[in-house]
Structure formats: C-alpha cells, structure tokens
Design a protein around this ligand. Structure first.
Ligand code: TMP
Length: 219
C-alpha cells in the first residue's frame, strides 16, 4: 500500500486533506460540459484542483481506457480492468493530491462501476462492493454530482456529439435505463454524498444549481 488516505500523524503539522468530487451520469447527460467550469469555481474559492477522469487519469489508465472502450471482453474482465485502472489512479493521482491538500475533480469513479457493470450489464452489486473494499476501503468522494436525464434525451445528445460511438455508447436504451436507475438508487441511498442534477435544464440554470452546491462544499 502506498500513500495513506486516512489521517496522518506528523506532530500536528498535517495539511488539511483536499476534497474529492466526482461527476457521474449516463453518457450524454452533459457532465463533461460542466467539468472545467466546476474546476474554475473551486479555484475561484482559493483551492488548488486536479481535474482527472476514469477510466484513465494515468498513462497506464489511459491505455486501459482504450481497451475498455473498444475491445469486446468478458464482463468480469471489464470490471477488473476498471478497478485496475482505478488502483493506479488512486496511487498516482488521487491520494497524493488529497494528501497535499489539493482538491480532486474526477469525471467518474466507482459509482460508474455500480451503474454500468452492475446496473447496465447485470453484474452482482455485491461483487463490485468486494472490489470497492479491496481497492479503496475507507475512501469515498466528499461530493458526487449525478447528472440525471431521460435516456431518450441522452441518446439524442450523444448522437449530436459523437460520430463514432464507443462500446458503451453503442448500448441500447434499456441498458442506459438500468444505468440511470442505479445512479438514482445510489443517490437516494447516499443523500449526504450524492446530489442529483436535473440535466434537462438550460446550461445557465444547471450552473446556478452547481454554483450553490460547490459554494457550500468550498466553505
Ligand atoms: P466517459 O465517456 O464518461 O469518459 O466514460 C467512458 C465510459 O466508461 C462510459 O461509457 C462509462 C464507462 N465506465 C464504466 O462502464 N465503468 C466505470 O467504472 C467507469 C469509470 C466508466
């Protein structure tokens, strides 16, 4: 185990841990549109922030991402590779940043595995929990913004945005319906951490909601 994510004891001079914020939602819900803007709001509040993504965020993770988005594979292989990329991401990026007091804003994290591999593809959620406990027991995001949108509207937006859909984007509406349901169920189960963002609204309205949420966590 490398960098610890729980409290450290260095005679009282420990830096305040940075906060960990994740963005989630079905493909096409619009989270990426708001990523840099949220980072700017955090910086404007005087915090240093690293913007990153999953799968990816490290050289190895980006290689795994290419495979995951293009290469057909067994569902368990897919799930294990998501967590392999995540382990590297934690070690190389997330944990060192948080320990140094830097905030981390990640486009997706483990909620995506519950939603996509669990909900979308039907892997037993208990098995994902085992991997979650193995890879990052004790670490959860401080805030998760779930961009929530009907699957029909998300599909329409995806079609406008992408000419060449990847392996996930090619899935049907039923798949995305199951993904969305898991996000909604998790948001209801973890209301302290997860906030549903009604993503069918115009961008300025969404930003107003985001501004309030981000301001509250920046205090
Ligand atoms: P992105 O399009 O948000 O960059 O994410 C890439 C795809 O990877 C997206 O379709 C969701 C999928 N994904 C999973 O299926 N499981 C995961 O754990 C993560 C992080 C992403």
């Amino acid at each position: 185990m490398g960098v610890p994510w729980t409290g450290s004891s260095d005679g009282g001079a420990a830096k305040v841990r940075g906060k960990f914020i994740t963005l989630e939602g079905v493909d096409g819900a619009g989270k990426s549109t708001h990523l840099d803007w949220i980072a700017e709001r955090i910086e404007a509040a005087g915090k240093k922030v690293v913007v990153t993504r999953e799968p990816g965020g490290t050289p190895l993770g980006e290689e795994l991402r290419k495979l995951l988005l293009a290469q057909p594979m067994h569902l368990e292989t897919e799930t294990l590779l998501m967590f392999a990329a995540r382990r590297e991401h934690l070690e190389q990026v997330i944990l060192p940043a948080l320990a140094a007091g830097t905030w981390v804003l990640s486009d997706r994290f483990t909620d995506a595995t519950f939603a996509y591999q669990g909900g979308g593809r039907g892997l037993d959620l208990a098995r994902i929990e085992i991997l979650e406990n193995w890879v990052h027991k004790g670490l959860q995001p401080d805030l998760t913004l779930v961009f929530d949108l009907t699957v029909e509207e998300a599909k329409r937006r995806r079609q406008l945005a992408t000419a060449a859909p990847d392996r996930f984007e090619q899935e049907d509406l039923d798949f995305f319906g199951r993904v969305r349901s898991v996000y909604q169920a998790r948001a209801a189960r973890y209301p302290q951490r997860m906030r549903l963002i009604e993503a069918s609204r115009a961008i300025p309205e969404i930003r107003q909601s985001l501004e309030e949420i981000v301001a509250s966590i920046c205090q």
